[in-house]
Design a protein around this ligand. Structure first.
Ligand SMILES: Cc1cc2nc3c(=O)[nH]c(=O)nc-3n(C[C@H](O)[C@H](O)[C@H](O)COP(=O)(O)OP(=O)(O)OC[C@H]3O[C@@H](n4cnc5c(N)ncnc54)[C@H](O)[C@@H]3O)c2cc1C
Length: 448
């Protein structure tokens, strides 16, 4: 392995060689574009708040990306790619300074056809769907940040979201068809990865090449209605969530369950969720409403809000209270709240944890498909006290069979993946021989 040089970096030379490409050097702007939503974690807050890059470049196409890659290799400067910077674990925060490559001007959509589209990485998901829905298609899954987040950033750092109840996670075969990546070799190349090969860069935090184009599968668009159902007890709400997720005859996009007192953090929804109630936030095909009402009745729920498809963008958007937006709302009321990401696999385990932790770990579930089965994944809200206690809570879950994708670390392997596929490490050796891409994030590389 070759290493990053310790010689002082000739920033003036780099800027000169990058002339023609938009460069941001204003320190306030650079500092802002160095960070993401790492502050959801009190542990990352202290570790990352002072990290920043030296300059930001904003290429408009692949040719400019290649030029930036060449200069970073020539000067042995770290390069960190950034989409909209909405990641939660400091994925796009440069630990060792260097160049930040902001993709948001690479926002062209070369092709959208029924079932598949080709996009540049900086395309924002909501902007994409404004166009794709005109021909009756939408993205298979989106994070709750879909209005601002980029497609490249979702692939680089995201995992699942609205739509995952039907299509699983981003890493599942078929959810990403192909990518083009620019390497950081002495002579940067453009590689096209198709099929299973895409896993070499999927969810790699931008450590394995710069994605310049993606081919993504789409989902047929249904007339989604937004619905809130309230329940007197959490068990009924959770069982309702599982039953709805398992109901193959009911088309849905979102099954999000919140134990009291979480709904009390949803100020804009307060008139629909009486104090002390537990709730389900659901996106359901409008034409499934009648059988859905029967299911609600079976679990003693009560529908308190129904926004029809025609009402579209009017009023409140319930998606922005689900997934990690739940944490955002809770933290805006109580900044001491943080969160966990947990695969429970069964409702029994959910119930056990709910009973054990009470108000310290407030239960928030998102249902998604894993290996063909609908399972509850927790994005529980935690009343944070100390790092030791947080680790104790994590351990308690793990010892009882839950899988925690720890959101309090910026290391790839210590978060969701736990291990790096050998092929990802092999690929990094080839495409980033100097270890310049987002250095400090891939443990396997550092240990090597
Ligand atoms: C309130 C809130 C709610 C959220 N909800 C969800 C959710 O429902 N589901 C979910 O999965 N995530 C969620 N997230 C996390 C994040 O918003 C999403 O993962 C989002 O898709 C990231 O997109 P971005 O453009 O902001 O990426 P960034 O944060 O800018 O980047 C993410 C990672 O991808 C890498 N990257 C970006 N572009 C490229 C590229 N072109 N080539 C190579 N690497 C690249 C970056 O280096 C970084 O490591 C949430 C975050 C917040 C703050």
């Amino acid at each position: 392995m070759k290493s990053i040089t310790t010689k002082p970096i000739d920033w003036d030379g780099i800027k000169r060689e990058l002339s023609g490409i938009e460069i941001i050097t204003d320190p306030v702007q650079v500092a802002k574009l160095s960070l993401d939503y790492y502050h959801f974690s009190p542990i990352l807050q202290t570790k990352l708040k002072h990290k920043k890059g030296d300059l930001v470049v904003r290429p408009i196409d692949e040719t400019e990306v290649i030029k930036i890659a060449q200069k970073c290799v020539k000067y042995k400067v770290p390069l960190t790619v950034r989409g909209a910077g909405t990641g939660n674990y400091g994925q796009c925060i440069p630990l060792h300074g260097g160049v930040i490559l902001d993709t948001t001007r690479m926002n062209k959509i070369p092709s959208i056809k029924p079932g598949v589209a080709i996009v540049e990485p900086g395309v924002k998901m909501a902007a994409f769907e404004k166009i794709s829905t005109d021909i009756g298609w939408e993205l298979r899954m989106v994070p709750s940040t879909y209005r601002t987040a980029t497609i490249g950033g979702f692939i680089g750092g995201g995992s699942a979201g609205l739509g995952s109840i039907n299509y699983g996670q981003l890493r599942d075969r078929g959810n990403l068809h192909a990518v083009r990546v620019v390497t950081l070799e002495d002579e940067p190349r453009v590689l096209e990865l198709r099929g299973d090969e895409v896993q070499k860069v999927n969810h790699a935090y931008g450590t394995n090449g710069i994605i310049t184009e993606l081919e993504i599968p789409l989902s047929p668009l249904y007339p989604w209605a937004e619905i809130i159902v309230v329940f007197d007890d959490f068990t009924s709400a959770a069982k309702f969530g599982q039953a709805l997720s398992d109901s193959d005859g009911l088309m849905k996009k979102l099954v999000s369950i919140h134990a009291a007192p979480i709904p009390s953090y949803f100020t804009a929804l307060s008139s629909y969720i009486p104090k002390g109630k537990h709730c389900a936030l659901v996106m359901l095909a409008e034409f499934c409403l009648e059988p859905f009402q029967d299911l609600v009745g079976e679990y003693n729920g009560q529908i308190t809000y129904h926004k029809t498809t025609e009402e579209g963008n009017k009023g409140t958007n319930i998606a922005e209270f689900t997934w990690n937006h739940t944490t955002l709302h809770a933290r805006s009321v109580d900044p001491n709240i943080t969160y966990l990401q947990t695969f429970f696999f069964t409702l029994d385990l959910v119930e056990q944890m709910y009973a054990h932790f009470g108000d310290e770990v407030m239960m928030h579930l998102e249902f998604l498909r894993v290996g063909g089965k609908a399972i509850p994944a927790g994005l529980q809200l935690v009343r944070y006290t100390t790092e030791e206690r947080l680790n104790e809570i994590i351990r308690y879950h793990e010892e009882r069979g839950a899988f925690i994708a720890n959101p309090h670390t910026y290391i790839l392997e210590d978060g969701g993946r736990k291990t790096i596929e050998p092929e990802q490490l092999q690929f990094k050796k080839m495409v980033d021989p100097y270890g310049l891409m987002n250095p400090g994030k891939m443990r396997a590389w550092m240990e090597k």
